[in-house]
Design a protein around this ligand. Structure first.
Ligand code: WT7
Length: 663
């Protein structure tokens, strides 16, 4: 683990962050209208949840969700296993759809969708319910039963959300794989989840290009993933695809004849809702398991209070449904609240760098949630681009995915928010299911660069590696001290890894087990959290999580590569970029062409998000006596910093100087 106090001193940004003295209280008008209207309201809720978490969550679960049967017990906590709402019965698709149909919301827009080429669709709650029921019946006809896993590998089109909700409706856990992952990465995930059916599309539109998806599924199934029996294909781009008789079916053919009568399956609160793969510090991605009741409640409450949703709002989260942000804050959280969730297929691209602002203007978006990396690229493009659009409908902004540097925060506030919109900087993870540390926009005075304070019910702390509290402003490891409803339940088929990754790095705090987030943080005198970044070998590239070892295995699978070590280096737009040190097999020699080929090889193995920024060829890598590569020094070399730390752990320290000379 990286020592957080070393990290504090090293990161120059943190120095400026420490000096950050600008305060942004919510305006009285915003607060008056907000769900949570004042600091006192927040503090009261927080105190209530801390004193009696079970009563706090039970009251909300009763008020906010529909249960077919009430639970007998709120929480069963057998560390590290938590169960919420024991014996409670519900269905999240019922909470996202059916219950709105008996209200005026039946004809409210559930999803407003805009395609990259400019096509669009508005789907009401009534229509969405119908489509979901039909597709649920399609899945049943394909042999999918409660408990069977379904892979979803889709572009950002409404059918992705429909497929997720249809799985939830029949109790088949979905495993969404980001459409930017390669066939190889898809295959690994489908295999681990033992998916029975895959839902995909011919392709999608992204950055002015057609991205093929069905052909990637074909490749994935050619080399494995033998559990997959059927593939359902949405026609999106109309590019030719090969359809395998008896295995592959067109979505529109099946939907046409499917019945729209499909009552929601009665699910147990602890039945698995989905598996979502995320990178860890070992080579293989982890299947993070989320269950039904706690996840439904927590994403519902966080969406309501953090995004302060009003029934008239158009809410837009720019994430992809392939990530947890898309699951929790495009699909489940907003729809459970009966909100209008905007879904956009495109990303800022050469032909229209201002496309996001066109969408804001076209639909009068009120709440906008995006990533710091996107904000930094908007800054680079220049403010004339957003300034040329009418953004006056915006009333609340959010960010997620990585620490936001105060200057980017200020720009976002001034240029996009017109100086009047609160910003919610939300810290959370795939594992946490929902936002954990965040402002509540009508209550919290924000400080640029800080995710501020924990959501009610979240007991967060900063400790040293022995679990002792650290003083204000000293860096430490971020831990969560009490289970929360949307906590991951396990790592799919790997309970040992669940235990080892999250519950062992810090054995206990005040004698009790704690969840180790893998991040370091600092807490200031006002109790505000400042997240500093990962302390494990996980990188954050443009808000996407990638493990060093995953990249290293991709590199060494190329015949030219003998050994590889990958580290993150600071990058102005991406936050971090991938820097790979590579030694070659005897019969290969370093060249620009080979570097290019290796970068492409990683793209083929993982996907375009994993393309290394730099490949540095080396004669040798710094190793310990036991043969372990010391990434700590490589990180310093890649960043062009002085080598600090005890070099005597390295067998031949001259290796370090040689690597330096080459940078
Ligand atoms: C990691 C989780 C959950 C949303 C998307 C990423 C970093 C996330 C923030 C933030 C500073 C943040 C952390 C975390 N992170 N949000 N507001 N400030 N860092 O999900 O892929 O599971 O990655 O993203 O390092 O551990 P993820």
């Amino acid at each position: 683990m990286v020592n957080p106090s070393e990290q504090v001193n090293k990161e120059k940004n943190i120095e400026s962050v420490l000096q950050e003295a600008r305060l942004f209280p919510p305006s009285p008008e915003f607060s008056a209208d907000a769900h949570i209207k004042s600091l006192q309201d927040y503090e009261q809720l927080y105190a209530k949840a801390k004193t009696d978490p079970q009563a706090f969550w039970a009251e909300l679960a009763e008020q906010e969700l529909h249960w077919f049967q009430k639970w007998d017990q709120v929480l069963n906590w057998q560390p590290p296993t938590a169960q919420w709402f024991i014996n409670g019965k519900l269905n999240i698709s019922y909470n996202c759809l059916d219950r709105h149909l008996t209200t005026w919301r039946r004809n409210k827009a559930a999803i407003i969708w805009e395609g990259e080429p400019g096509d669009s669709r508005t789907i009401t709650y009534g229509e969405l319910h119908r489509e979901v029921c039909q597709f649920a019946n399609v899945l049943k006809d394909m042999g999918v039963k409660k408990g069977d896993r379904v892979g979803i590998y889709m572009p950002m089109i409404p059918e992705a959300a429909i497929a997720m909700l249809a799985c939830a409706r029949i109790g088949a856990p979905h495993s969404v794989v980001f459409g930017g992952f390669s066939a190889e990465a898809l295959r690994d995930r489908l295999e681990d989840a033992q998916a029975k059916v895959v839902v995909t599309a011919d392709g999608g539109f992204r950055k002015d290009k057609v991205v093929p998806l069905k052909s990637e599924v074909d490749k994935a199934l050619e080399h494995g993933a033998s559990s997959v029996e059927k593939v359902i294909v949405v026609e999106r781009t109309k590019e030719p695809v090969t359809m395998k008789e008896g295995r592959d079916y067109w979505w529109h053919d099946l939907q046409k004849t499917a019945s729209a009568d499909c009552p929601a399956e009665i699910m147990d609160s602890e039945d698995t809702l989905f598996i979502l793969y995320t990178s860890g510090s070992t080579g293989k991605p982890k299947g993070v398991v989320h269950t039904t009741g706690g996840y439904n409640l927590y994403t519902h409450m966080t969406t309501k209070w953090i995004f302060d949703l009003k029934d008239t709002d158009v809410y837009w989260c720019t994430a992809d449904v392939g990530w947890i942000t898309g699951h929790s804050y495009i699909v489940y959280g907003p729809l459970s609240n009966g909100a209008t969730s905007l879904m956009y297929e495109g990303v800022p691209r050469p032909s229209n760098p201002g496309c996001f602002w066109d969408v804001v203007e076209k639909y009068g978006v009120n709440v906008f949630y995006t990533a710091p990396t996107a904000i930094r690229s908007f800054i680079q493009q220049g403010e004339h681009i957003p300034n040329a659009r009418n953004l006056s409908s915006l009333r609340l902004l959010g960010t997620v995915g990585e620490p936001i540097n105060p200057e980017a925060w200020m720009w976002y506030h001034r240029v996009i928010g017109g100086g009047k919109c609160p910003i919610v900087d939300t810290w959370w993870q795939t594992e946490t299911g929902g936002v954990m540390i965040t402002p509540l926009p009508g209550a919290t005075t924000t400080k640029p660069g800080s995710a501020t304070r924990p959501f009610p019910g979240i007991i967060a702390d900063v400790v040293d590696k022995d679990g002792n509290a650290v003083p204000d402003n000293a860096g430490g490891y971020l831990v969560i001290k009490h289970p929360w409803p949307s906590m991951l339940r396990t790592v799919y088929n790997n309970p040992e890894r669940f235990q080892k990754t999250y519950w062992e790095p810090i054995t206990s705090v005040e004698g009790k087990p704690v969840y180790f987030a893998g991040d370091s943080a600092r807490r200031d005198k006002d109790g505000y959290f400042w997240i500093m970044g990962r302390v494990d070998d996980v990188m954050n590239i443009s808000g996407h999580r990638l493990g060093s070892m995953e990249l290293e295995s991709a590199l060494v699978s190329h015949p030219a590569v003998a050994e590889a070590s990958v580290v993150g280096v600071p990058h102005e737009i991406k936050g971090e970029d991938i820097y790979a040190f590579v030694t070659l097999e005897n019969n290969y020699s370093a060249s620009d062409e080979l570097a290019k080929e290796l970068k492409q090889h990683v793209v083929t193995e993982i996907g375009a998000i994993a393309r290394p920024g730099t490949i540095q060829f080396a004669e040798a890598l710094p190793k310990t006596r036991s043969g372990k590569i010391v990434r700590r020094f490589l990180r310093q070399i890649a960043a062009g910093e002085d080598i600090v730390g005890d070099k005597s752990t390295v067998v031949d320290p001259s290796v370090l100087d040689k690597l330096r000379e080459k940078v």
